[in-house]
Design a protein around this ligand. Sequence first.
Ligand code: NAD
Length: 478
Amino acid sequence: MSIDQALIEKITLEILMKMQTEKAPSSCDGGIFDTVDEAVAAARKAYQELRTLSLETRETLIKAMRDVAYKNATLLAQMAVDESGMGRVSDKIIKNQLAAQKTPGTEDLTTQAWSGDSGLTLIEMGPYGVIGAITPTTNPTETVICNGIGMIAAGNAVFFSPHPTAKNTSMKIIRLLNEAIVKAGGPNNLLTSVADPSITAANEMMKHPGINMLVATGGPGVVKAVLSSGKKAIGAGAGNPPVIVDETADIEKAARDIVAGCSFDNNLPCIAEKEVIAVGCIADQLITYMQKYGAYLISGSNIDRLLEVVMTVKEEKMAEGCTDKPKKSYGISKDYVGKDAKYILSKIGIDVPDSVRVVLCETPADHPFVIEELMMPILPVVQVKDIDAAITLAVKVEHGNRHTAVMHSKNVDHLTRFARAVETTIFVKNAPSYAGIGVGGEGFTTFTIAGPTGEGLTSPRSFTRQRRCVLVDAFSIV
Ligand code: NAD
């Protein structure tokens, strides 16, 4: 071998080894790793790096995240609908843009101070570390954008456990956000996940010692799972938002608002109107107006047929010799969650134009459409005799979720009575439900509404620990 050849081989080997070591962890790909261990380790490293950066830099990173999410709002909306088979692209674009623009940043972190003879005491909002965030299939990208901005603004890194049915879309937004952060001068892997998300991976993440806090956005199962984890957890769970319309409401406006809120993203948002409770004398007028604004009324056997199509029924097994009628329990057929009203109606042989956005039906108060959280643009209307009956029923069908309720009324006493009785995190008066998350209503947005654990509409401060810093006998000039 000539000297030149030996030198070339040595240099080549050195380059290869350098490339190998620089690749660690070996499977790194825009925050997406093969294993939970690798993803948590990378997030922990990113968290330590973020700790060294100023708040001003943190805000620069947040701006980069907002920009890339806003720029890709349409692509992400299309991907989410294609992959999950749920929702409306045009509405998902609005949700992505909303999360990008109206999720609070570092300005949400405030400091409390006491000064006096003994000096100065501060309470500051510090990060938790690495947060394990579990996200739903119904709002896959908007939850990652919103949680990502909020959690990083609070100084944390995040491991995301997305729903497997929206995994590619979720990975896409995680990669985009990571790339934007790195481009803006921030650490790599502030957001991580695993390439193959599953409930097993989510459980491994929840138990991982490198995860400091859990945030679950989803149904009752996942909220229960995080609250049983032994770690600090925020649970943002299911809703079944009732809407009351009383005799003092502007009935035409109420009808328009209810159709708009109920049909937004085909009823996927947890805050969307799920059942209408109408004080008797106005019910017919309300139904007529709802038809004017895009609802299609079905009745009689069509309601029964629709129930058979969109819900699953289980009959309780009765003890031998028992002559009672078996109790039925209902579940949701996932095939119809977030589907267009036109598609749902076609399954019972009714053909309607694309402009129809909601399937409307009058039902008794105990109908499964009223009791269950359907997450489809099917809206039952229940007539009741007066406001007392309306409030009692609305509280019952909200199931103590303390999530969202809506009321159309001009009677301040009625509004106050319902708000007090239902105790929901969000209470919207005389507007579509989405006004409660900042669309056409004042205030910031969130896609993680924590009723069960009480943080309410989560924002960066929800993802912080309170820390007290005391300086005795100085820094007080009073
Ligand atoms: P889901 O509960 O099926 O799934 C949510 C997430 O939890 C997914 O990532 C899933 O993989 C994971 N998961 C589910 N069960 C789990 C378990 N036992 N252990 C670990 N992980 C588990 O919900 P979904 O269908 O994706 O979303 C719809 C539900 O979420 C509705 O009930 C809706 O009201 C609710 N939701 C609530 C909010 C809120 O802010 N409160 C926001 C969006 C959706």
